[in-house]
Design a protein around this ligand. Structure first.
Ligand SMILES: [Fe+2]
Length: 244
């Protein structure tokens, strides 16, 4: 026969009266404050930890900047010396091969001013740095940067992409950035390492801002594929210095 509590409940069931923990041996219950979500990591901490930081959809007027570049390269038979003989074919043997110019020679001063102000405000607020220079660079077939650092050029490097990356028909063009600590890990005998164990490959996605530690060895993988500038790797890049 089933044993029953005074109110008739089956004793095998859970106690019909829960005295609460304040009646037990564990002492008084203390209400715990709800756990606060940890604050998001600061951008400068992210750069320190990973060596670089990627900010997608950086500038609302990126499509207008790209439209200016398209207009510049379109209709090549109508190009004149004043408007188009502005590109520096920068070739340092075994080191750099690409074309570069000042962005304001292709993109209007108003639009570049707007970009510059946005970049300066973002880098000042997030990295306590401001941009010091800017190049507009074009990589077509065979263009690249070999491994180097910019330790004397700035605190951080930046690369803002105006490349139609997702529609690209070339290979290469990623920014190569050595992982912080990779060499130390390798020389400490931590095991076999190769390729992306040593570095990160950062695509030049359209309207993406890449920030990286200027002291880290970095490069641009050789672009292989096309000669058409409209289908090349197009970026605005430079360096950031500590804000005064
Ligand atoms: Fe560099």
């Amino acid at each position: 026969m089933t044993e029953r509590n005074p109110d008739g409940n089956d004793k095998r069931q859970a106690p019909y009266f829960n005295p609460g923990p304040w009646m037990g041996t564990k002492g008084p219950t203390r209400l715990k404050a709800p756990k606060k979500a940890p604050p998001p990591p600061h951008p400068s901490d992210l750069v320190t930890a990973a060596g670089h930081l990627v900010v997608p959809d950086f500038f609302a007027e990126a499509p207008a900047m790209r439209a200016a570049i398209d207009a510049h390269f379109n209709n090549p038979t109508a190009h004149g010396p004043d408007t188009h003989q502005i590109w520096n074919y920068w070739h340092v043997p075994d080191m750099y091969t690409y074309l570069r110019t000042l962005p304001r020679k292709v993109i209007s001063a108003e639009l570049m001013g707007s970009f510059w102000n946005h970049l300066a405000a973002w880098t000042r607020a997030n990295l306590n740095c401001v941009p010091s220079d800017a190049y507009l660079s074009l990589y077509i077939d065979g263009c690249r940067q070999e491994l180097h650092n910019d330790a004397l050029n700035g605190h951080f490097g930046y690369v803002f992409s105006l490349t139609r990356w997702r529609e690209r028909r070339f290979s290469g063009g990623e920014t190569v950035i050595l992982k912080p600590g990779a060499l130390g890990q390798s020389t400490a005998g931590g095991g076999a390492m190769a390729g992306s164990s040593f570095y990160d490959l950062v695509p030049a996605d359209f309207n993406q801002l890449l920030i990286f530690d200027d002291r880290l060895p970095h490069a641009v993988r050789q672009v292989n594929g096309l000669m058409d500038p409209l289908e090349g790797r197009l970026v605005i890049h430079g360096h950031l210095r500590r804000a005064e």
